[in-house]
Design a binder for this molecule. Structure first.
Ligand code: SF4
Length: 467
């Protein structure tokens, strides 16, 4: 067992009480939204420590990926909601039959673990704050309005309500910022619109867009722009907390068991978390089955395990990955007995010590189990089409694309169908007929994934610099 409070105690002794103060009862959270100003204060296992962080990291990585793909705000919001539903559900107080406290514990824990991992460089801090603020904004916009109001009432955002005398004094200027198309509409809106004063430096986006009146170092913010103040406060507090944590990190580093985990988390974020987004259908199906059932059969483990190995998963990461994937149904003794040996074997560390290669498409086309879905579902076209749509609709594949894919499947040209799916889901980078680039067809799941990751990196790099 690992005590989450242990690090907090050390940090507190170093004068960081403001951002990482110890608070009795911080295992419970009465609001769905959080500014994460109270660190967890309870015993956790190393596995919980890691699982909560990895699940949160998936969501933050998808948020980064949305920015890199120039997704609209509505698209980003939708993708984030879907990812949160899978990996980090966080329901309102009104939800029935849900263990809200355990959802909120996981949310808090993941956030604070990632703080430890991402406070270590300015670049990581900047990216973490940006992704976390987006996640907060999605949750804020989708929160129940009464619960959101209760959350806001419970916090001090340093905003000052503008009284009627002051409001009237600046009526001419403030009316300009009230909604409406005509002067009369704006004047009427002004009467009913409350205003708040905040230091203008805390809301640079509203100042930039000239959406506020400024006077004496304060910005006068109309109530409908209140959300911007809250996002800015979230960002500012997290920024300061990360900086404070980074100064205390040598103390955290004393905990040697956690160091490899924190390092891996940070590296995963830098490289773009290994995401099934880049996988061909065969590996996506195995990944989804494992997520859903917490188990896959022997050949599924073999094919998927070798694929992940070639993708770059190290032996210790593979053991953590599989142990975590089986969590819930398999205790660690059972895992150690039944699976650890096979994983080490596939890395050439047991038995004949052969470093096995991952299976190629030809081998997967003829496999009886856990093989190529285009081949295995060719006689159930409805199932294949629904697998394609549910897997790739978020990446641009539509109903209209299915006939030509199915035509190739009927001709038993499975790799051509798979290549066409690659073209459709990477249409920003490759045109129809170009395959993985230069007309190359899919011959290996790892070739598909490597090319997909490469294209994504190419498109991300210039954006990261502009930011
Ligand atoms: Fe996987 Fe190859 Fe089938 Fe594509 S064609 S799904 S990469 S086995």
């Amino acid at each position: 067992m690992y005590q989450a409070a242990k690090h907090s105690s050390k940090l507190q002794k170093n004068g960081l009480d403001d951002d990482l103060s110890l608070v009795e009862g911080s295992t419970s959270a009465s609001h769905r939204l959080s500014l994460y100003d109270q660190p967890p204060l309870y015993d956790i296992t190393v596995e919980d420590f890691e699982t909560s962080a990895l699940d949160r990291l998936r969501i933050l990585a998808e948020i980064e990926s949305s920015a890199a793909r120039n997704r609209s705000w509505e698209e980003t919001k939708q993708v984030t909601i879907t990812q949160c539903g899978k990996y980090l559900p966080l329901n309102s107080n009104s939800a029935l039959g849900i263990d809200l406290q355990s959802e909120r514990r996981k949310d808090q824990l993941g956030h604070f673990v990632l703080r430890l991992a991402f406070c270590r460089s300015e670049e990581l801090r900047r990216r973490f704050v940006k992704a976390e603020t987006t996640l907060f904004r999605v949750r804020y916009e989708t929160d129940d309005s009464n619960e959101r109001r209760a959350f806001l009432d419970s916090k001090d955002f340093n905003w000052i309500s503008v009284g009627s005398e002051e409001k009237n004094k600046y009526q001419a200027q403030l009316t300009h910022f009230a909604p409406g198309k005509s002067d009369t509409e704006r004047e009427n809106a002004f009467k009913s619109e409350p205003f708040y004063k905040v230091k203008w430096t805390t809301i640079p986006d509203l100042v930039d867009k000239r959406k506020v009146f400024m006077k004496g170092g304060f910005a006068y913010v109309p109530a409908r722009e209140q959300a911007s103040i809250i996002y800015a406060a979230f960002e500012e507090r997290l920024d300061a907390a990360l900086l404070a944590t980074s100064r205390a990190i040598p103390l955290v580093d004393e905990e040697t068991r956690l160091n490899p985990i924190l390092d891996n988390l940070a590296q995963g974020f830098t490289a773009g978390v290994p995401s099934d987004w880049h996988f061909p259908l065969c590996m996506r199906v195995l990944h989804q089955t494992l997520r859903r059932d917490r188990h896959i059969q022997h050949f599924g483990r073999l094919h998927y395990g070798l694929f992940l190995k070639v993708l770059g998963l190290k032996i210790d990461e593979a053991i953590i990955f599989w142990r975590k994937s089986f969590a819930g149904g398999k205790g660690s003794d059972k895992f150690d007995k039944e699976y650890r040996y096979n994983i080490r074997h596939s890395f050439g560390l047991e038995g004949g010590r052969r470093n096995y290669p991952a299976k190629n498409c030809l081998q997967l086309h003829t496999a009886h189990e856990a093989g190529c879905p285009y081949r295995q579902l060719e006689n159930s076209p409805e199932n294949l089409q629904s697998a394609l749509l549910s897997t790739y609709s978020g990446q641009g594949l539509t109903l209209d694309d299915l006939p030509e894919i199915m035509t190739q499947v009927k001709k038993k040209a499975y790799h051509v169908a798979c290549t066409r799916v690659f073209e459709i889901t990477h249409s920003r980078h490759v045109k129809k007929g170009e395959g993985l680039g230069d007309g190359e067809s899919v011959t290996h799941p790892n070739q598909y994934a490597a090319r997909s990751i490469e294209l994504e990196k190419d498109s991300q790099e210039p954006k990261m610099e502009v930011d």
